[in-house]
Write a protein that binds this ligand. Structure first.
Ligand code: FES
Length: 571
């Protein structure tokens, strides 16, 4: 079996697809910042034409110097090239989300829509010395060629939406973004609304001013419009650039299809799934693309960008023949504590037959599943301590009361017990009727877990006493509880369905803890804990009697401490 760490060290560490994704992200951020400042500038049209123009001076002062120009236009070229590369190298659009498809469509439209704007402003300024102020642009768009104003509004919306979707797809894995998503949505809506409102308000002003011949003469003179021949050249160039871009996009899609056809013609590679299905793909196709091409549902929250880990698969036969993971893939695998035979399906491109088992069910996966979960979430054997508790004779108590009273008492009880468990470092696993199951040591170790569990039992006893005092008038007799504690290996993992999924534990340790809780009735004590827990906690509980008990399902008897009143425990 290949060791991922050594395999990665053996790898060159370069991952072209990863680098190109970073280039696309970095250049996209530069462009988005430019668009943001541009749209904010438009919004000042709501104030007045003069203020709009003054803010433009600041905008131009920031973006026109040579270094900023290189960064901006460099980002534009890199972004388009990296996006085209992504299109060519993508095997299939199956499995992509609607946001990704919309972002792609809007992105393809963007260069076509903005080329006229760039030629009509920056280029004519550089080539013919035209003063490309707002007066010049607004006169052209609102007075000389009003239909172009609509195209500009459409371009503004397309570019902004493309950028916002890109930002969302990038940030959705970050907790702070998800927490403040309402503010982000608000900003995404506010910016274009104010921008269009400013653009329209300024356009209305320009149309009104254009009825004054004196103002028109003076403004056109200040703009320094180019000669008719130059205007014709600019218009022809705009048309040629538009056609050229359409040809470029067609070429990209033809090239993509040609690449796929050539790869398919080569000797195929078999990807075999855990349920026996086999898919034949071209060598170098990722496992995720193999699933997509054959319509096999496969989780991929980040869309195959190698960031979310939800596409991960366990590799059976063929692991040794796989190319080693890149540094980027390795980082994600380490973050989720993946076993050595687990790989990201979107980053793994088999060249020989390989057997795979997707680890996350596609319909249950959400953004929250993406990478951030603890390593044990996907299943790990860990040494933990399990606590079970329930109320003695609660069935009789509930039979004599109204449902409202039962719920009230139970909720008070759960609040006190829950607080005791959490304050002691435990994790409430579930409430079952009047019972409680809690885990200790899941995030640390058995010894800490044992100490925390004993402290929790003591705190539960203390809190129960206070609860009984406060419910004195509601109860015929005080509530009594039984607590069972046992520690050892258990399978810890995230189990359940949709919203009910959560970290829990299964196995012999859990069953034994539950049996010990049941034994509190037989021994008429508040707590029964295995001596293993006391030893792991490093506590001397020799003052508490020891009994050998037999537990159903265990061959050997289990020594346990019997604790009449857990509030007297040390610690
Ligand atoms: S799809 Fe997100 S890491 Fe593979």
């Amino acid at each position: 079996m290949t060791d991922i760490g050594s395999a990665a060290r053996a790898s060159s560490g370069t991952d072209t697809a990863y680098i190109l994704r970073q280039v696309r992200l970095g250049s996209g951020l530069v462009l988005m910042f430019y668009v943001f400042t541009h749209l904010v500038n438009h919004a000042f049209g709501l104030w007045s034409l003069e203020v709009l123009e003054q803010v433009r001076e600041v905008f131009v002062g920031f973006w026109r110097p040579l270094p900023a120009t290189i960064v901006l236009y460099g980002a534009l070229v890199l972004h388009v090239l990296a996006a085209m590369h992504a299109i060519i190298s993508r095997e299939s659009m199956m499995g992509t989300t609607w946001q990704e498809r919309l972002q792609l469509a809007l992105g393809l439209l963007t260069p076509y829509l903005i080329s006229d704007h760039i030629l009509g402003t920056r280029m004519v300024h550089e080539l013919f010395g035209v003063n490309d102020s707002y007066y010049s642009v607004l006169l052209t768009l609102w007075v000389f060629k009003p239909s172009a104003a609509l195209t500009q509004v459409a371009a503004l919306l397309v570019i902004w939406a493309h950028g916002c979707i890109g930002l969302h797809l990038w940030l959705r894995f970050k907790e702070s973004y998800r927490r403040h998503i309402a503010y982000w949505y608000g900003l995404a809506l506010l910016v274009p609304v104010l921008s269009i409102a400013g653009f329209v308000a300024a356009g209305v002003d320009i149309v009104r001013l254009s009825t004054d011949p004196g103002w028109m003469r003076q403004t056109i003179g200040a703009i320094n419009f180019p000669l008719q021949a130059d205007i014709d050249w600019v218009l022809a160039t705009m048309r040629d650039v538009g056609y050229g871009y359409i040809c470029f996009v067609v070429f990209i899609f033809v090239a993509r299809q040609a690449r796929i056809s050539v790869r398919k013609a080569r000797r195929g590679v078999t990807v075999q799934y855990h349920d026996g299905r086999e898919v034949m793909v071209a060598p170098g196709t990722s496992i995720l693309d193999a699933s997509r091409q054959s319509g096999i549902p496969h989780a991929s929250v980040c869309g195959g960008r190698g960031r979310c880990s939800t596409c991960r698969v366990r590799i059976g036969d063929g692991l040794d023949a796989l190319p080693p993971p890149s540094e980027a893939e390795l980082k994600v695998l380490e973050r989720v504590g993946a076993a050595p035979n687990v790989r990201l399906a979107c980053q793994t491109r088999p060249t020989e037959k390989v057997e795979v088992t997707p680890l996350l069910a596609p319909r249950q996966v959400s953004v929250q599943d993406a990478g951030a979960r603890a390593a044990y979430a996907q299943g790990q054997e860990r040494d933990i301590v399990v606590l079970f508790a329930d109320i003695r004779g609660f069935t009789q108590i509930s039979e004599q009361r109204l449902p409202y009273d039962v719920v009230f008492i139970l909720n008070r009880y759960f609040a006190e017990m829950g607080a005791a468990i959490e304050a002691s470092g435990g994790r409430i696993d579930k409430f079952i009727g009047d019972g409680i199951m809690a885990l200790f040591g899941v995030d640390d170790n058995l010894s800490d877990g044992a100490r925390h569990a004993i402290a929790a039992a003591k705190a539960m006893a203390d809190n129960l006493e206070k609860l009984n005092d406060s419910l004195e008038n509601d109860l015929d007799e005080p509530l009594r509880i039984g607590i069972g504690l046992h520690g050892g290996p258990a399978i810890v993992g995230e189990l359940g369905y949709r919203k009910t999924r959560g970290v829990t534990a299964v196995g012999d340790t859990v069953n034994t803890a539950s049996r010990l809780e049941a034994l509190t009735k037989d021994f008429a004590v508040q707590l029964v804990l295995s001596t293993e827990v006391a030893t792991a906690a490093g506590l001397d509980l020799s003052s508490y009697p020891i009994e050998e008990v037999s537990i159903r399902g265990r061959e050997e008897s289990l020594p346990v401490h019997l604790v009449k009143d857990a509030s007297g425990l040390p610690g």
